[in-house]
Design a protein around this ligand. Structure first.
Ligand code: DC
Length: 317
């Protein structure tokens, strides 16, 4: 391969302005504070790196090693075929990891209505970390499917929609295709749809890159199924947050009452038990406490106490 063209092509992926000559290459780095949009205005040729596309290495160990350093610019990146370092430095990426610190992730999972979302959000606020409600992604997908007329059994259609839907989180607000959908997404109908789409492997795979893109400095707190096992297996702390079904039903009841929605505790308890059963039995990403997750039973704890407990566990690492 042409080494100059290879360098130029990959450098442009990370936003550099590159001038190529027969025997030279002139590189103007992107200004780190510029957004992708501003960068594109300055240099229409440059693109902000699409993490799913990644940096190609052309079977050249030097490409892999030098581009790994670009991660210090704070850009999430992916090196394709990292194994090409085997030629001169087989354990390069292992050594790289031993002298660098990954953006820490705290992954919280647990049964429905355990309060994991509230706790995760508050832990994120305490630490000044980013927050990802992964369940909301599945819920938004269910809503997007409804809007686009994609049926909930069309695995390929849903996976492609998962890759292309325009979803944004802003505090507690959720936007889909420029429309505010937070309340709708948190409703029971989206929850039911989410549990269906979440059982499809192609959908889970399609949402992987979207979820990993939330891992930004200084850290991420995320809640949901498989966050600690599949999405962020190297999470610094994994918590399995739970509470008795009765206490969870009471919490959900209180929450619905505060929103001015009618509810019945007995029915809620029944629903929670049924969902627990379905969630733990399903073959794809069943609800289970991961072996490396620490159990936090909040039956006797209030929200603040649960948050403090997570913070204590995180700081003791
Ligand atoms: O946590 P929640 O109620 O918003 O989740 C909605 C549905 O999505 C629920 O059925 C669990 C599923 N889910 C999942 O399978 N994987 C995740 N990471 C998050 C949620």
């Amino acid at each position: 391969p042409d080494r100059i063209t290879a360098m130029a092509t990959e450098l442009r992926k990370v936003g550099a302005t590159v001038e190529e000559g027969a025997d030279f290459i002139r590189i103007t780095p992107p200004f780190p504070s510029q957004t992708g949009e501003a960068r594109a205005r300055l240099n229409p040729e440059s693109r902000i790196l699409n993490p799913a596309e990644g940096i190609d290495t052309y079977d050249d160990h030097r490409m892999a090693m030098c581009f790994s350093l670009a991660a210090f610019g704070g850009m999430g990146m992916r090196i394709n075929d990292p194994g090409c370092v085997a030629k001169t430095f087989p354990d390069y990426f292992k050594r790289f990891a031993s002298v660098t610190q990954a953006v820490p992730v705290i992954a919280i999972d647990g049964p429905s209505a355990s309060g994991k979302g509230t706790v995760a959000m508050l832990v994120a606020a305490e630490l000044g970390f980013n927050y990802l409600d992964s369940g909301a992604l599945y819920r938004v997908l269910a809503l997007a499917a409804q809007k686009h007329g994609v049926v909930l059994v069309d695995e390929a259609g849903l996976a492609s929609l998962a890759g292309t839907m325009d979803v944004r989180f802003e505090g507690v607000d959720i936007w889909l295709d420029g429309e505010r959908v937070g309340d709708e997404v948190r409703g029971e109908q989206c929850a039911a749809g989410a549990s269906k789409v979440a059982a499809l492997p192609a959908v889970r795979a399609a949402l992987l890159a979207k979820q990993r893109a939330f891992r930004r400095a200084p850290g991420l707190v995320t809640d949901g199924r498989d966050m600690g096992s599949v999405v962020f297996p190297d999470a610094a702390l994994k918590v399995f947050l739970t509470a008795s079904a009765e206490v969870r039903a009471k919490r959900r009841y209180k929450q619905l009452m505060e929103k001015g929605m009618g509810a019945n505790i007995a029915t809620l308890l029944q629903e929670i038990r049924a969902r627990d059963e379905r969630d733990s039995q399903r073959s794809v990403a069943p609800l289970q406490q991961a072996t490396d997750a620490s159990l936090l039973d909040t039956t006797e704890l209030n929200v603040d106490q649960a948050v403090q407990e997570v913070l204590t566990r995180y700081r003791s690492f």
